[in-house]
Design a binder for this molecule. Structure first.
Ligand SMILES: [Zn+2]
Length: 157
């Protein structure tokens, strides 16, 4: 089984495309066993007008706090990785959003997720929003968060 790569907001046509590398990393952290803890990181890639091209994703670091139903990413370690990739790519590859896992087959954002995304988008200078991905056991949940609005994406068939 492989997660779907191309996602769209139907009424605006905003696209998000995931690299094979991103999908592979997501699959390594699927919580399909009760011992597996939540994982997550940041999404890095290119913005093409309003579209999102996710090229790299960071993986959990030893500094993150990981639990079965929650996780806290260490701001420092992930932003250091992001800064290095940004510099190495001559500023072409930037921060696009966040990902984390849920121990449910078809994930949906929790109220905590929505609160955290709202805070992140308020801090962000990007008017076109941030990409948010939840990795479930059988499927992804993909969406774009802007200030207080979160719009779910659909699979491009
Ligand atoms: Zn969550």
């Amino acid at each position: 089984m492989s997660f779907h790569k191309e996602w769209v907001i139907s009424n605006t046509g905003i696209l998000m495309v995931l690299s094979t590398e991103a999908i592979t990393i997501f699959q390594n952290y699927i919580q399909d066993d009760e011992k597996k803890l939540e994982a997550g990181g940041i999404l890095l890639g290119k913005r093409r007008r309003n579209h999102f091209e996710i090229l790299h994703v960071t993986e959990p670091t030893e500094f993150d706090q990981r639990f079965r139903y929650h996780w806290n990413r260490s701001e420092k370690s992930h932003s250091e990785i992001a800064k290095k990739i940004w510099t190495d790519s001559r500023a072409e590859i930037t921060y696009l959003g966040e990902w984390h896992t849920h121990p449910e087959a078809y994930p949906t954002p929790s109220s905590i997720d929505l609160e955290e995304w709202s805070l992140l988008t308020q801090k962000s200078t990007q008017k076109s929003g941030l990409s948010m991905i939840i990795v479930g056991i059988k499927d992804l949940w993909c969406g774009i968060a802007q200030e207080n609005v979160v719009t779910q994406m659909n699979k491009v068939s």
